[in-house]
Design a protein around this ligand. Structure first.
Ligand code: C5P
Length: 420
């Protein structure tokens, strides 16, 4: 059962769409509006879309569905919109209505979709309250910039109901959110002074990573694949989660243990990876395309195992797969950082690094992680050596060592790029 909390902001008129979407996905929904929310959206509407009573007052709750029961039986609580007042009361541990009393008792994941005027959102009090809640593993969604009801423009809009629903369903589907994110060895090893500002800037941010090698089937038992293990992508996912980010890993054929706290979306082919990445990219702050994606796939997949046919050879017709990275760059939203990988070999025309620099310029990514894979180096190994290139192909960093250490260096480079 999902508890949808609604607090008193103009964006509350959009909450019925969220409730409807969650119910369409097969979830039971219990809605808890604050008294102020009912000034923006009627109880009759909330009851009609949720199919359950919409009660605000602790004393109005029916036996069996009071705040203790609701808190105990909720699989997830999402508060949309979460106003400055609701956030302040939740952060302070107050319990003066049914929503805050329920929030105080809940052990399941809690997702907040803040919505308010930019000035209220940016006020140090609100920021401190949000930081305190993030510390307690509350998932704080982004409040996108745009036109506000006041006529001003700035951050503070509520994330669209469809996007909130996607997040909620993903959290429930993979179920990692009720567990704390893993601490990556490198980030826990660092002294607090070094990681302090870094950690606070990653908390609440969404990181989407692809890892592994795609497999393109020829017939029921054969495929075209590559030797990528997914270790580097996984190390980046673990490092980002260790810094407090909310991480989704789209993993192609991973044979690795993915720690609790990272939402794994398993895929196999390039097309599956493309379909998994596109909707999730819409809400990601950082996308890392570490997967080795097959550029081509067999034009047709044989229904039965392909038999040896006489003594002749065998030719396979291939068609191009989508360039997932190119599509992500094309659809990039403002402020989103996109990282690509370039596993290159040197040849007569240019060195591996020169090829990588050309790719960095061509791809439109913010950062390119280049490595020299001549002679099959790097893929599947535990250590690596990379050069980090900016969008014009200039070297902005180098890292060598375990894939975890390199992952930390990549995230440091992202932070340097964003924060300056
Ligand atoms: O051009 P190349 O395939 O070497 O580019 C590598 C980068 O592009 C990697 O980040 C890889 O994940 C991504 N890629 C992709 N879709 C493809 C091929 C590669 O997103 N079809």
């Amino acid at each position: 059962m999902i508890v949808v909390g609604v607090s008193g902001g103009i964006a509350a008129y959009k909450t019925p769409a969220l409730i409807r979407r969650l119910r369409q996905a097969g979830h039971e929904v219990r809605v808890i509006p604050t008294e102020a929310a009912l000034k923006f959206v009627g109880a009759a509407t909330l009851e009609a879309v949720s199919g359950a009573p919409a009660i605000s007052d602790v004393f109005g709750a029916e036996p069996g569905s009071n705040h203790v029961e609701l808190a105990r039986t909720a699989d997830l609580v999402v508060v949309a919109p979460a106003t400055a007042d609701l956030i302040a009361r939740y952060a302070a541990g107050m319990a003066n209505d049914l929503l805050t009393a329920t929030l105080l008792g809940v052990k399941a994941p809690v997702v907040l979709a803040p919505a308010m005027h930019s000035a209220m959102l940016e006020h140090p009090a609100t920021q401190a309250n949000l930081a305190a809640l993030r510390q307690r593993d509350v998932i704080v969604l982004e409040s996108p910039s745009g036109a506000l009801t006041s006529g001003d423009t700035g951050p503070g809009r509520m994330m669209e109901p469809e996007q909130i629903a996607t997040m909620v369903l993903e959290l429930l589907g993979s179920g990692p959110a009720n567990r704390p994110p893993p601490k990556s060895p490198a980030s826990t090893a660092k002294p607090q002074a070094e990681t302090g500002p870094t950690d606070s800037t990653w908390a609440g941010h969404r990181v989407l990573v692809s890892a592994g090698g795609t497999r393109e089937p020829l017939d029921p038992v054969r495929y075209l694949g590559n030797t990528s293990s997914g270790k580097q992508g996984l190390a980046i996912a673990v490092a980002a989660a260790g810094r407090g980010a909310t991480v989704t890993l789209v993993g192609a054929n991973l044979k690795l243990d993915v720690p609790d706290g990272i939402a794994l979306v398993p895929v196999s082919t390039a097309l599956e990876m493309s379909n998994a990445m596109a909707p999730r990219a819409a809400t990601a702050d950082l996308i890392v395309m570490a997967a080795a994606v097959a550029d081509f796939r067999p034009a047709a997949v044989a229904a039965n195992k392909i038999k040896r046919d006489g003594h002749g050879g065998f030719s396979l017709e291939l068609v191009a797969n989508p360039d997932i990275l190119a599509a992500l760059v094309e659809a990039r939203r403002p402020g989103q950082v996109i990282i690509g990988f370039a596993a290159e070999t040197g040849d007569r025309d240019a060195s591996a690094l020169e090829h990588a620099a050309a790719k960095a310029r061509r791809k439109g990514t913010d950062l390119t992680v280049a490595n020299d894979v001549s002679g099959g180096a790097i893929f599947g190994q535990d250590s690596t050596r990379v050069v980090l290139l900016d969008k014009v192909g200039q070297i902005v960093g180098q890292a060598e060592g375990s894939k975890s250490a390199v992952a930390e260096a990549i995230l440091d480079a992202v932070r340097a790029m964003v924060v300056g």
